[in-house]
Ligand binder design. Structure first.
Ligand code: NAD
Length: 377
């Protein structure tokens, strides 16, 4: 049995991972600053924090402080580094904060391991599909291409599909594998790539095993229903339960690879204990893409609601069009197999949501913020 430190262990993924590791007999320490954006102003009311606080060695601290890392790292064998600022849109106007938490925060961990005695044998860092930007596509004339961020002129005219960098023709989606071009189109994506590369490079030189998990869109019971910056399943659910209409951006055919929380926890545990999962990165997703119109309809049906769903043509600067992960490498090396498909996962998610208190709908305010910053059209 191992001593495991989970940074961000009070968050959505971290709390579920914590509970699963404890059930398997491991001893878990959590380092988390209980960020109000995730946990609300009164942390005693945070269901995620409440679910773990009496079961772990909880350190209320910040990854930006080396002294907090110092308290947390003593006697640890494995570190799963999840603590991060996670909003793609928000990262475009809170740049210093994203760099400080995600990049400088990670640098303290590496400094500690490089300069202090410790027993750490493995580090797993959470990366993101955001590092690929638009991801991998096929052009009829030019084969595999990695489109640039879509231009505003096309989007204003209602042409939302990515185009070939050579001939400007519309391209079709293929699954993005780990060898695909790294092409982040948000500060968040840049920080996640920095984090994973810093961990892989530093751990290699220190002789510590490390791997990065490039999570796709993770969803499921426990995800924040009040944070308007992440997670369309939460955002739509909170809109529907407040009887507010849903405004679908673009033409609603934009898609994402939704991966269920339990599958992400399984993948993380496989990566923690697999010695072949070293000095490398894995896509962790479902391997399927689901469009936003389908998501909205499934949620409206599950909540038995009659709210309006409007496809508005609005768009956010820097949003990607589609996402589908190639998960072959995680299957081959980690033996990872996603078990919960989207239709089943959405039932489990909405069943959980119905038991929660209805949250205040902060979505309109987040759109006002984005519009003020010129990031929403
Ligand atoms: P979350 O926001 O639910 O949890 C993050 C946790 O980190 C929170 O408990 C928060 O209080 C804590 N935290 C934030 N800043 C901190 C700081 N400065 N010091 C200490 N703790 C801090 O996020 P999540 O969805 O559980 O994501 C976990 C990781 O997975 C993140 O690194 C994120 O970038 C990555 N990821 C998540 C998804 C997803 O869809 N959820 C997708 C790709 C990557």
């Amino acid at each position: 049995m191992e001593n495991v430190l989970i940074t961000g262990g009070a968050g959505f993924i971290g709390s579920k991972l914590t509970l699963s590791l404890i059930e398997k007999g491991h001893k878990v320490t959590v380092l988390d600053n209980l960020s109000p954006q995730i946990h609300g102003e009164d942390v005693n009311l945070s269901p995620l924090y409440k679910s773990i606080k009496d079961k772990v060695n909880f350190i209320h601290g910040d990854v930006r402080n080396l002294s907090d890392w110092t308290k947390a790292i003593v006697n640890q064998h494995i570190i799963v580094h999840l603590a991060a600022e996670t909003g793609t849109g928000q990262s475009m106007y809170e740049i210093s904060k994203y760099v400080e938490v995600n990049i400088s925060g990670t640098s303290h961990l590496l400094d500690y391991m490089a300069n202090e005695p410790h027993q750490i044998k493995k580090v797993v860092v959470a990366s993101s599909r955001a590092i690929y930007g638009e991801g991998k596509y096929q052009c009829e004339a030019h084969g595999i291409v990695f489109p640039e961020t879509r231009n505003e002129k096309d989007m204003v005219s209602g042409q939302f599909e990515p185009t070939c960098t050579s001939c400007s023709k519309i391209v079709s989606l293929v699954a993005t594998d780990e060898e695909s071009k790294i092409n982040p189109c948000s500060i968040y994506g840049i920080t996640k790539y920095n984090q994973e590369q810093m961990v892989l490079v530093a751990c290699k030189s220190l002789g510590i095993d490390a791997c990065a998990l490039r999570f796709q869109n993770v969803y499921g019971p426990g995800q924040s229903l009040s944070n308007p910056y992440t997670g369309i399943l939460s955002i739509f659910s909170t809109r529907i339960l407040n009887n507010n209409p849903i405004n679908i951006f673009e033409d609603g055919l934009e898609s994402r690879d939704f991966v269920y929380i339990d599958d992400v926890v399984d993948a993380t545990i496989l990566a923690m204990f697999n010695t072949n999962a070293n000095d490398t990165s894995f896509n962790i997703g479902s391997g399927k893409s689901t469009d936003v119109n389908t998501v909205a309809k499934l949620l409206k049906g599950a909540y038995n609601s009659d709210i309006d769903i409007k496809v508005s043509g609005d768009f956010r600067v820097g949003d990607i069009r589609h996402n589908k992960a190639d998960i072959y490498k995680a299957k081959r090396v980690l033996n990872f197999e996603p078990k919960i498909m989207f239709e089943q996962g959405i039932k489990l998610f909405t069943t959980w949501v119905k038991k929660q208190e209805i949250q205040k709908d902060n979505f309109d305010q987040s759109i006002k913020d984005l519009k003020l910053k010129g990031l929403m059209k």
